[in-house]
Design a protein around this ligand. Structure first.
Ligand SMILES: Nc1ncnc2c1ncn2[C@@H]1O[C@H](COP(=O)(O)OP(=O)(O)OP(=O)(O)O)[C@@H](O)[C@H]1O
Ligand SMILES: [Mg+2]
Length: 267
């Protein structure tokens, strides 16, 4: 990489409307290689919509999305996956009747194959991607279990493994710890750090602020589809607008204390 390389991801004046409702407004930001960018904001702020735009499921109404300088704004989800973006979903999305391994193989095949169907037999390279992804999230020993039988944490980890099996450059994670206990959240935190250590850039949406501030190199807060804050976690808890529209006085004071005392990290 040279200093003239573009950031891994550039969103340039991205907007997304659903009829008269504008979910994302003229949003511009970048994500650098190896960075963890945290995205927060109230319900309905447009966070998931931003992921829909970046992953091609619901393309932007205007503006541009560039990956490694290449315009992917109107590329198909499959082409965007092959270009290097993978995502997980806010609600658990697994194939319940398939095994853990088969679920991850679907990701490995989707990430590599020129065709989505019908060749669902993984090549040795796809088998390797599946092994690596299962290992990364700690599900190797349970790969023969039926996915529908898994508890919620393991289902979330399985979704992460499926995304990682596509060998992404950029992983988009939509509320990976929603509904998890404190201890389970810590485990997901360790998993995200392992993924980041492989060099993958991560954009993370999360309402659990302890998780978001512990992991993020930079935080962006959205409100009504617009950025109201971008900067450090420490600055976040002092930002008047963020406190007023999102965190509230109590939560921001508690978060500030966690940060001050280092208690946002696992014990
Ligand atoms: N497919 C769609 N059709 C119409 N409106 C939509 C669609 N998807 C999202 N919206 C609307 O866009 C706005 C932003 O929704 P979005 O799901 O992006 O919010 P969010 O920030 O992810 O919220 P949450 O924290 O609750 O997940 C909301 O008003 C939502 O109702
Ligand atoms: Mg959402």
């Amino acid at each position: 990489m040279t200093t003239t390389d573009p950031p891994l991801l550039v969103c340039d004046s991205v907007a997304k409307s659903f009829g008269s409702l504008t979910a994302v407004r003229q949003l511009s930001f970048t994500a650098g290689r190896g960075e963890i960018l945290g995205v927060g904001g109230p319900n309905g702020a447009g966070k998931t919509t931003l992921f829909e735009v970046m992953s091609g499921l619901n393309p932007a109404t205007s503006g541009r999305v560039l990956l490694e300088g290449r315009d992917i704004t109107h590329a198909s989800p499959e082409a965007i996956c092959h270009a290097g973006i993978a995502r997980t979903f806010q609600l658990n999305a697994c194939f319940d009747s398939l095994t853990v391994r088969e679920n991850v193989e679907v990701g490995a095949i989707f990430g590599r194959s020129g065709r989505m169907l019908p060749n669902l037999r993984p090549s040795p390279e796809m088998q390797q991607a599946t092994d690596d992804a299962l290992d990364l999230v700690g599900l190797s020993a349970r790969q023969g279990l039926v996915a529908g039988s898994l508890p919620v944490l393991d289902r979330k980890l399985l979704m992460v493994a499926g995304a990682m099996a596509t060998r992404p450059k950029l992983l988009l994670m939509d509320e990976p710890v929603g509904g998890l206990t404190h201890a389970e959240t810590d485990l997901m935190m360790a998993t995200v750090r392992r993924i980041a250590a492989t060099g993958v850039t991560i954009i993370l949406i999360e309402h659990v602020m302890r998780f978001l501030v512990a992991l993020s190199d930079r935080v962006m807060i959205l409100h009504h589809g617009e950025r109201i804050y971008e900067g450090s976690a420490a600055g976040l808890v002092q930002d008047r607008r963020v406190i007023d529209v999102y965190l509230g006085e109590g939560a921001s004071a508690r978060l500030a204390a966690l940060l001050r005392e280092g208690r946002h990290e696992p014990a």
